[in-house]
Design a protein around this ligand. Structure first.
Ligand SMILES: O=P(O)(O)OP(=O)(O)OP(=O)(O)OC[C@H]1O[C@@H](n2cnc3c(O)ncnc32)[C@H](O)[C@@H]1O
Ligand SMILES: [Mg+2]
Length: 173
C-alpha cells in the first residue's frame, strides 16, 4: 500500500516512517501547501492545515493514505502554547484527526509570535541553530530534550493510524 506524508520536514517524515516501520507499506514524502498561515494561531487553523496537507499528499502522489502534520500555537488562560495536530486522509474521502502535545511558551517567545514572527525563526535565533524545527524543535528545547518534535509527532501518527486500523476491523459492541 502506498502512503504519503505532506511535508519534507525530517522531524515529521521520520515520525511517520519510524512509527510505521513494521507495516508493509511504501511511504513517499511530498511538499504540499497547508493553505493556512505559515504560523497557525489557533487549534482550528492548525487542524485545517493538517487536513489540507493530508488530502493534498494523497491526491498528489496517488497514495491510498495521506498524512498531514501541522504545528501551531494557541492562546490559553495559561498563556500562549504550542499546539500540534495531525490528519490522515483516505483516498475514498474518509479522514481521521488527532491532537498532540501542548506546552506553554516563554513570555518573550509569545511576545515575538504576537508581533508576527514565525516560531521556527524565533527558535533558530534563540538557539543559534538554523535547523531546530527539523530536529528537536521548540518542544525539545523547552523539555530539556525529554520530548523531541519527532517523538511528539510519532504519537499523533499512532493515534491516526490506530483509528484507521480500528475502522478496518469489524468492531462488535
Ligand atoms: O516544512 P513544514 O512541514 O511546513 O514544517 P515546519 O517546521 O514549518 O512546521 P509547521 O509548518 O507545522 O509549523 C508552523 C510554524 O511553527 C514552527 N514550529 C512549530 N513547531 C515548532 C517547533 O517545535 N520548533 C520550532 N519551530 C516550530 C514552524 O517552523 C513554522 O514556523
Ligand atoms: Mg511550515
Amino acid at each position: 500500500m502506498k502512503v504519503a506524508v505532506g511535508t519534507k520536514n525530517p522531524a515529521k517524515v521520520h515520525a511517520v516512517k519510524d512509527t510505521l516501520i513494521r507495516e508493509t507499506i511504501h511511504i513517499a514524502s511530498v511538499d504540499v501547501p497547508s493553505n493556512v498561515a505559515s504560523q497557525p494561531f489557533s487549534d482550528e487553523e492548525t487542524m485545517t492545515g493538517a487536513l489540507n496537507r493530508a488530502k493534498a499528499a494523497a491526491e498528489q502522489t496517488g497514495a491510498v493514505l495521506g498524512f498531514g502534520l501541522e504545528g501551531g500555537v494557541v492562546r490559553t488562560v495559561a498563556g500562549l502554547m504550542l499546539c500540534n495536530w495531525g490528519a490522515l486522509y483516505h483516498e475514498d474521502g474518509r479522514h481521521w484527526i488527532a491532537g498532540g502535545a501542548r506546552l506553554p511558551l516563554p513570555d518573550e517567545v509569545a511576545k515575538r509570535l504576537e508581533q508576527g514572527e514565525e516560531l521556527g525563526i524565533i527558535m533558530s535565533s534563540i538557539t543559534g541553530d538554523e535547523a531546530v524545527r527539523k530536529k528537536e524543535g521548540a518542544i525539545g528545547i523547552y523539555t530539556s530534550g525529554l520530548v523531541s518534535r519527532k517523538e511528539m509527532f510519532s504519537q499523533i501518527v499512532k493515534l491516526l493510524y490506530g483509528q484507521y486500523l480500528a475502522s478496518t476491523t469489524q468492531l462488535k459492541h
